[in-house]
Design a protein around this ligand. Sequence first.
Ligand code: 2HG
Ligand code: ZN
Length: 457
Amino acid sequence: MTDPRLSELARLLPDLKLSTDPGDLEHHGRDWTRRWTPAPLAVAFPADIAQVQAIVRWAAQTGVAIVPSGGRTGLSGGAVAAHGELVLSLDRMNKVLDFNPVDRTLTVQPGIALEAVQQAARDRGLIYPVDFAARGSCQIGGNIATNAGGIRVIRYGNTRQWVAGLKVVTGTGELLDLNKGLVKNASGYDLRHLVIGSEGTLGIVVEATLWLTAPPPDTQVMLLAIPAMDALMKVFAEANHRLRLEAFEFFTDRALAHVTAHGAQKPFAEDHPFYVVTEFDAAGEADALDFFERCVEEGWVVDGVIASSDAQAAALWRLREGITESLARYKPYKNDVSVRISVVPAFMEEMQRLLSAEYPHFDVVWFGHIGDGNLHINVLKPDDLANDTFVSQCEHVTSLLVETLHRHEGSISAEHGIGLVKKPWLGSVRSDAEITLMRGIKAAWDPRNIMNPGKLL
Ligand code: 2HG
Ligand code: ZN
């Protein structure tokens, strides 16, 4: 530890695992955005809350910024450490601490993977229903810090809905114990909800109590081929009316081309412009057939398959969940937007028109949680285009998006957060008065500005 600030930290906490190994700095200094060169000062791996508090107090004294670090699967640069920050990894705080069958709560440390939380719930005959493709790598602390959404929001809501209590270390090193698992607690500002979605800028989640729920009855998974954009939301309205939906996800022919080139099985002999994967309670099997027949009669759906085994259901889901990975090698420029559900068709049509007029050479891949009005738009870099030109053209794409979203009263970030990537556009979704209040809140929780500075605000 040649840096005197690190020597001081090592002296204060002789048992703390602290690394300046170049491999660790590289690995823990970045998230899935891959846009910034990682350059943290060091990576700390605290083992308990007391160590987290001591690290934060040391940081407040020395002025070293902290980047809280979970699974770093984020797509907005929220967990990037590119300016000599201390990465505070929660990897070692990854245990289930308690289960209460009466409250139906699971208390966990923040570094536990989402998939392990889901498994712990299943082992106790219940479910933790927030779910998305990064489940194996992302951590619950990061899910809370970003209010993660995913593929079952339509049924269960975002992470926010499942957080019964939170322990948080603020920017002064103070430990807050928020809400303590209460269902009802009308005692003023709910600070728990301020922390959820704050992207590590207010404090570090060091323990979470999560609500669990009963598993749904058996579900069925269906893949539909859809011939035109305006049919998409008609199919959604019909499905939502007739079925008890668990998920309603869409992707385009471009997305399917990438995911099948990456190893997934092509589902239909013919190609179609749009596809929907939907999952719903199996109890409504007859309704599912009625729904399908109606959609076909109306010409909204031209082909479909219903999974007849768990393996087939998994294969259909892979078509949707494998998209991000299948695009990764193109270093896509990602956008994650939302509009009201009813506005989706008008917004998509307008945006498609603008993009094909201005950037006909771009491979633009649309997919996402269309039943929540949440669309992912990935722009892939053409091989023959210089990286700088690509980035500046993509920033222009984002400006087009921002204008179009503004007209349609949407948001520039639906579920991926603001981080570094969308920071220039925060003002397009939040008023000056809101941003002033947000800055005031940040200053109250983190007066030395050491908690993930430069992200979000
Ligand atoms: C998803 O819905 C994730 O699969 C990732 O939010 C989206 O890669 C993306 O743009
Ligand atoms: Zn998503």
